[in-house]
Design a protein around this ligand. Structure first.
Ligand code: NDP
Ligand code: 2IT
Length: 448
């Protein structure tokens, strides 16, 4: 059996009931096959792949907190420090009720390659909890965040591990987490990114993932003879990534016509009004039904159904920006039938493997999240630099650096695919380019 197959089998056997983790590892190792096979004996002797798929450290802890009625609740807390070969562990925290260790491991694994692609010195990490901030008062969210940090603080630091936001963790949560870290450690340092502007945050970090996604798409389209201007886009989600992806779509002359949430989705033929969306979702923390109530032609569709989800609205470009495994083969078939030319992942692993294969075999440009959504963590890296230097760059400076990083990622991924005769396969290019830097650093540092 080949070394890659052996490791794949081993990952499934040793990590039972973690389907997302298996999925992420399988996708990466399938791409790496040709690289590994060139030097299989040496990689096998050094157990390079076993080390690559095994987190360096997993921290699991109890998070007790008291609600507004005096009732005590207990949630699970996680931090997975996946790979520290090229820099301090770096990656977000996710607070959502469906968070499991397997989900955090898949995200930490993906983060390792994504961070490598940014060109910045950041290792891979991810954390979170099955706590749901939705429907909680600010005081309850603060109580949870303080309890979570009361354990996490001992494992992180500006040069050790630097968490940030992900689903369910935005400016409010990062603020409470930072406050508690500083209080316990009595150290003022850039231990989290995505901070508020008054206490060490970077301009453009809020917008960075969505803006970066569009900078990537713009370059990918340009290099394939297309133009973003005049295009119609379907977008899923209505959180941080989706909102700023839609804002940049408008700025670049394209029109987003859908957005979504856990319980349903919206089609607005006039184009999604981003200011109204921000008022509804970020300020009032309400449902998209309130958005629809304010827009004359918008319609709310309850639930998500394969082949009938927001992907069935005709478009040129599809941007999944909500969650993992939200775009299925049935959706890919509808998108292709409707003439969609490009799909770029704003979320982590939103497209199922068979849907990805369908896009690739039908000539749709397909950008994998670890390349196209890397703008968020890249700008977190820029926030770390500003914190270390004790300086603040202007919005324009950060945005220009973000754009240049995203354009570089596209070309690195594109060139790597060509180098192996896989032109246009950006999944392959991203996995191989991300791997090469991490593997070189791991090999140079010996068996650790
Ligand atoms: P937010 O919490 O800000 O927004 C998430 C959005 O997705 C919300 O609209 C939420 O709906 C919706 N959503 C969550 N779960 C589901 C589900 N099961 N089905 C349908 N919709 C769902 O998170 P982000 O925008 O930060 O993250 C979105 C994706 O982007 C995630 O995959 C994340 O890992 C990834 N990502 C985030 C980065 C960042 O910088 N924030 C960077 C790179 C990737 P509701 O409003 O109902 O909760
Ligand atoms: O998935 C991701 O890249 C993020 N949630 C952002 C991580 C970060 O450290 O900014």
């Amino acid at each position: 059996m080949s070394y890659v197959d052996e490791v794949l089998q081993d990952v499934i056997a040793r990590n039972p009931a973690q389907p997302e983790f298996h999925q992420a590892v399988e996708e990466v190792l399938e791409s790496l096959r040709v690289v590994i096979e060139k030097n299989e004996a040496a990689y096998r002797r050094d157990a390079l792949l076993e080390r690559l798929v095994t987190p360096e450290r997993i921290i699991i802890f109890r998070v007790p907190w008291v609600d507004d009625k005096g009732q005590v609740h207990v949630n699970n807390g996680y931090r997975v420090q996946f790979n520290g070969a090229i820099g301090p562990y770096k990656g977000g925290l996710r607070f959502q009720p469906d968070v499991t260790l397997g989900a955090i491991k898949f995200l930490g694994f993906e983060q390792t390659f994504k961070n490598s692609l940014t060109g910045l010195p950041m290792g891979g990490g991810k954390g979170g909890s099955d706590f749901d901030p939705k429907g909680k008062s600010d005081r309850e969210v603060m109580a949870f965040c303080q309890s979570y940090m009361t354990e996490l603080y001992r494992h992180i630091g500006a040069d050790t591990d630097v968490p940030a936001g992900d689903k369910g963790v935005g400016a409010r949560e990062v603020g409470y987490l930072f406050g508690q870290y500083k209080r316990i450690r009595n150290v003022y340092e850039g231990v989290l990114t995505g901070k508020g502007l008054s206490y060490g945050g970077s301009l453009a970090r809020t917008e960075a993932t969505g803006f970066g996604l569009l900078y990537f798409v713009e370059e990918m389209l340009k290099c394939n003879g297309h133009d973003l201007a005049g295009k119609t886009a379907v977008v899923s989600g209505s959180g941080n990534v989706a909102t700023y992806a839609m804002k940049k779509l408008w700025e670049l002359g394209a029109k987003p016509v859908t957005c979504g949430e856990r319980t349903g989705w919206v089609y607005d033929p006039d184009g999604i009004d981003v200011d109204t969306l921000i008022q509804v979702k970020q300020v009032r923390r309400a449902s998209l039904t309130e958005y629809v109530a304010q827009r004359p032609n918008a319609v709310y569709h309850e639930g998500h159904e394969k082949g009938k989800d927001l992907w069935s609205i005709p478009c040129d470009i599809a941007l999944p920006c909500a969650t993992e495994n939200e775009l299925f083969l049935e959706d890919a078939q509808v998108l292709v039938a409707n003439g969609c030319i490009a799909v770029a992942e704003g979320a982590n692993m939103p497209t199922t493997p068979d849907a990805t294969a369908y896009f690739q075999s039908h000539g749709v440009l397909f950008a994998p999240g670890k390349a196209s959504n890397a703008g968020g963590v890249a700008t977190s890296g820029l926030e770390m630099t500003q914190n270390s230097e004790r300086v603040s760059w202007t919005f324009e400076e950060v945005d220009a650096k973000l754009k240049s990083i995203m354009v570089n990622i596209f070309h690195n991924v594109d060139d790597t695919a060509r180098e192996y005769g896989m032109e246009g396969n950006y999944v392959f290019g991203a996995n191989v380019a991300g791997f090469k830097k991490v593997a070189a650093a791991m090999q140079a540092q010996g068996i650790v």
